[in-house]
Design a protein around this ligand. Structure first.
Ligand SMILES: Nc1nc2c(ncn2[C@@H]2O[C@H](COP(=O)(O)OP(=O)(O)OP(=O)(O)O)[C@@H](O)[C@H]2O)c(=O)[nH]1
Ligand SMILES: [Mg+2]
Length: 242
């Protein structure tokens, strides 16, 4: 997180993490498509070959609510292929929150688990603790055959602490819901750490309402968050955990 006093802006970094081909880049493309042109910058998709991210993607978004301070979001994806471990660690540096994009296909279960361990290790290498990092999980590709069942996802969600969302990123389904939950978790955690509201009068709920309005689904924040399959939707509790 950065506070740019001259520009009166709060800058937050969000990272989409997960195994190769789970749909991280597709999530960013959908967000870019759905976002109000006034709120979105250019989607930078760097160095791809055969749908594979070789370095990272970056989507800049900016929002201004009635308050004095604006909100600038830098949304990154990492390259999921196992060989790009050091790039993932680099992109993860300074992340305020992480969306973990899992592939719902039964055959990808192991790859999801491996990528989650990789996330934990790369955070640790950067001096961060996964338990203190705001994380939301998305199970993408719900449209494909041979995916893990809805019941299974609900059970997984009930067991874990992270909020879980189902998605079909190619159709833009579940994308904004995941993003709204990520931003909410991240904001709450940053607010608990830095007293953004008390010290700077920044109203996180107003930002979230503005983001929901500018992401073109016609849904309110509550409606977006209601899509959550389970887990805790309160970043503050997690941030305070040992
Ligand atoms: N059927 C289906 N295909 C999807 C979905 N989301 C993404 N895909 C496809 O999966 C492939 C990989 O998607 P990407 O978004 O490039 O995956 P990625 O996670 O960025 O992959 P890396 O950059 O290699 O880590 C593409 O062909 C997408 O069109 C989905 O919800 N359903
Ligand atoms: Mg990619």
């Amino acid at each position: 997180m950065q506070l740019d006093f001259a520009a009166r802006e709060l800058i937050i970094k969000l990272v989409y993490y997960g195994p190769a081909l789970s749909g991280k880049t597709t999530n960013l493309q959908a967000l870019h498509r759905l976002a109000d042109p006034a709120a979105r910058g250019r989607l930078m998709t760097l160095e791809t070959r055969d749908d594979r991210t070789l370095f990272f993607d970056l989507l800049p978004l900016s929002f201004r609510s009635d308050g004095e301070v604006g909100l600038r979001l830098k949304v990154f994806t990492v390259p999921g292929q196992v060989i790009h471990g050091s790039t993932r660690r680099l992109v993860l540096q300074g992340a305020d929150g992480v969306a973990f994009i899992a592939d719902s296909q039964v055959g990808e279960t192991q790859a999801n688990a491996q990528a989650f361990v990789d996330l934990k290790e790369n955070l640790k290498a950067n001096g961060k603790d996964l338990r203190r990092m705001p994380v939301v999980i998305q199970f993408n590709k719900r449209d494909l055959p041979d995916v893990r069942t809805d019941d299974e996802l609900s059970r997984l969600a009930a067991r874990g602490r992270e909020p879980v969302f189902a998605a079909v990123a190619t159709r833009g389904l579940g994308v904004v819901e995941t993003f709204a939950a990520l931003l909410r978790q991240t904001y709450r955690t940053l607010d608990a750490e830095h007293q953004l509201n008390a010290k700077f009068g920044i109203d996180g709920d107003a930002f979230l309402r503005e983001v929901a309005a500018k992401l073109g689904t016609g849904k309110s924040v509550d409606e977006l968050l209601a899509a959550c399959l389970g887990g805790s939707l309160d970043g503050v509790v997690r941030a305070g955990a040992p």
